[in-house]
Design a binder for this molecule. Structure first.
Ligand code: F6R
Length: 242
């Protein structure tokens, strides 16, 4: 595991964006695994800058997002599809047909999850997977539990995740209570993984995930077993380990 501590959010974003940009430069038709949430927003801005500077093109890039809320469609401004369009896809030259986000409105949850997992496999897997880190150690929406879920599945969100997400909704009642997420197995199958974390409120979980015991009670801790992980954090998020 490579662990990089940057001074602030801006330089964390740039360093992590460079990992993704070099993957695209090395292989213009690569497959990116992408994340939503507050942390990667600066990173997406950096990728858009690289695109505008003519350094990278997304024309041949394929993407698979980690997760999507159940029960809201891609037009809903709280959906992860909407987030990705706004922060990245609508700002670069990507072919939207090559961008994949689980369908939150799927009628048959199991079939939708199997289809998503198979689409990743048929595509040849993920070259580089971007992850944020939940306060409870979740990655994607793989919440603390007694095992590491293997493949894409529907998951009930924990109270703490619902609370954390409620800042983005008008009221807590509007926050979806379940989501589709890639499994830990799906994530671990990526060739390379880049994790970003920022801020003092992530310091405790950064320590537990990357310097603590590997346990499904801290899902991100499994990343210690991946052969090619780069963790990029700012000083505040690293404050418990420095
Ligand atoms: C988002 C996702 C989540 C977030 C995590 C951290 O697609 O899968 O695991 O990465 O909740 O979110 P932020 O960055 O908002 O702290």
């Amino acid at each position: 595991m490579v662990f990089i501590v940057e001074d602030d959010y801006q330089s964390m974003s740039r360093t992590a964006a460079n990992e993704i940009a070099s993957c695209i430069k090395d292989n213009p038709s690569c497959t990116l695994g992408l994340a939503t949430g507050s942390t990667p927003i600066g990173l997406y801005d950096c990728l858009v800058q690289d695109f505008e500077a003519g350094e990278i093109s997304f024309k041949e890039v394929t993407t698979f997002n980690l997760d999507e809320y159940c029960g809201i469609d891609g037009q809903n401004d709280q959906s992860y599809r909407y987030f990705m369009n706004t922060h990245l896809f609508d700002r670069v030259d990507i072919d939207k047909a090559q961008t994949h986000v689980p369908d939150g409105m799927a009628k048959d949850a199991q079939a939708a999850c199997e289809h998503y997992e198979q689409a990743i496999i048929d595509n040849g897997g993920i070259d580089i997977q971007l992850l944020g880190l939940g306060h409870n150690g979740h990655i994607g929406f793989n919440e603390p539990c007694d095992h590491f879920p293997k493949a894409t599945h529907e998951v009930a969100l924990t109270e703490s995740t619902i609370q954390a997400n409620s800042r983005l909704f008008n009221s807590i009642e509007e926050v979806p209570v379940s989501a589709y997420t890639m499994g830990i197995g799906t994530i671990m199958a990526a060739n390379k993984i880049v994790v970003v974390a920022s801020g003092k409120d992530k310091a405790d979980i950064v320590k537990r995930a990357f310097y603590g015991e590997v346990t499904p009670e801290v899902p991100a801790s499994v990343l210690q077993f991946h052969h090619n992980v780069v963790v990029v954090v700012d000083k505040e998020a690293a404050s418990e380990i420095l």
